[in-house]
Design a protein around this ligand. Structure first.
Ligand code: PSV
Ligand code: MN
Length: 400
């Protein structure tokens, strides 16, 4: 093993990826949601499944909750259960997209009573943060309009700014607000936070504990996402990723499945900016105003097995990171300075074409893990066990 490879292994040991609780429930398209044997019936079972992903990959120690999908009576009990499973509660995601009152918007709604209701929902999320020790509140709005003239574009921005200020004021000093953007859907003509620029402007107006969330599926085809990563890192405002893959729109497929090269290019910019160090973790001082990024997955497993789907996504992000760390930065910058276009591209592509599987196996063995997490999980019998144990009740799904 070369000294570069050993350095890469040491860097990879510090990486963490946060899992979405909803990845473990059933999901689908507007055509059909398929059930599957062993699907969790409640947040406790979702967290148990997330614990398996961490147990086999060693780098997925947090689970993000979505409220009200993950409503429970006693969040102290849920946090203690998470600790028993070897994980902790990560971000709290607000839900502004499944209530009849939000037909014409939530934080941008023309009716102040509806806006007040949407703001109050965030107060409920902050209570969950207090009970679970979560430090990050994540917002994504479905708000927008379908027809020109349907509502006033500028007024909607003013209402949004005012609502966001009220939500920001609900947070403690050690809390962070992260604001996600999406270019379309469910609104089609104009979305109220369609892009990183709009999200960033609102975050800048709020204060230094407000950061942007970049969901890789929320861009038009062909968008250079790594360029956005560069800009947000320069501004110190990249709060989190929602990693997933897309072929067409917001497909929410496994990260790195559709375009592993794009994932590599994104992770290269992270490594280039020295932003791999996780925002949270043992020995890391949490700084809500700091530049730490939360690397999260936001995915749905509609036809594939869910726990293996999460394991595959985590290891895909890890493999892309390993390749990004292998880029010979000195050789790259020498070629760039010399104007050696193909030479620079070669250095970059060399790292991408490296087979990092042996290095990752070595990393896992050094962490006391099986070299092949997927094979080890499948051999464990957990899937058979949950299919036998979780009989009766209602399987959790998109919306519960
Ligand atoms: C919206 O499409 C989104 O990406 C947001 O992050 C939501 O909270 C999540 O999906 C829920 O599936
Ligand atoms: Mn998302």
């Amino acid at each position: 093993m070369s000294s570069i490879q050993s350095q890469v292994i040491e860097r990879l040991k510090t990486q963490t990826i946060e899992l979405p609780s909803w990845a473990f429930g059933n999901s689908g398209t507007r055509f059909k949601v398929f059930g599957s044997p062993g699907t969790p019936r409640d947040p406790f079972e979702k967290i148990a499944d997330a614990g398996q992903v961490h147990a086999y990959t060693g780098i997925a120690p947090r689970v993000s909750l979505h409220i009200p999908w993950d409503l429970v009576e006693d969040y102290g009990k849920l946090a203690a259960h998470a600790a028993d499973q070897g994980v902790s509660i990560g971000m709290i995601n607000a839900n502004l997209f499944q209530d009849d009152d939000y037909k014409f918007g939530s934080l941008t709604h023309p009716d102040p009573a509806v806006r007040a209701k949407a703001i109050a929902h965030h107060a409920q999320c902050v209570e969950v943060m207090h009970a679970t020790g979560s430090k990050e509140l994540k917002l994504w709005l479905p708000d927008g309009i379908n027809y020109p003239g349907q509502d006033d574009l500028r007024d909607r921005q003013e209402r949004l700014a005012e609502s966001l200020q009220q939500i920001y004021a609900l947070l403690d000093e050690d809390h962070r607000l992260v604001l996600e953007y999406k270019f379309f859907e469910p609104a089609f003509y104009a979305t109220d936070i369609p892009d990183w620029g709009t999200s960033l402007l609102h975050c800048l107006a709020l204060g230094e504990r407000a950061k942007v969330v970049l969901d890789t599926g929320h861009h038009a085809p062909g968008t250079n996402i790594e360029f956005i990563v560069v800009q947000l890192l320069r501004a110190g405002r990249l709060g989190a990723f929602d990693f997933n893959s897309r072929f067409y729109a917001d497909d929410d497929l496994m990260a790195g499945a559709a375009d592993p090269f794009q994932l590599f290019r994104i992770m290269y910019e992270i490594v280039r900016a020295d932003a791999l160090k996780p925002a949270h973790g043992p020995g890391i001082a949490w700084d809500p105003a700091g530049t730490g990024v939360n690397f999260m997955l936001d995915q749905c497993h509609n036809v594939e097995e869910k726990i293996p789907g999460q394991i595959r996504s985590v290891t895909n992000v890890q493999a892309a990171t390993a390749k990004a760390l292998l880029v010979d930065r000195e050789a790259l910058s020498a070629a760039q300075r010399a104007g050696d276009v193909l030479g620079a591209n070669d250095v970059f592509m060399d790292a991408y074409h490296t087979d990092v599987r042996p290095l990752l196996a070595e990393l896992r063995e050094s962490m006391g893990l099986a070299p092949d997490p997927m094979a080890a999980f499948k051999a464990s019998g957990y899937l058979r066990q949950i299919a036998t144990d979780r009989v009766g009740g209602t399987q959790a799904g998109w919306g519960a």
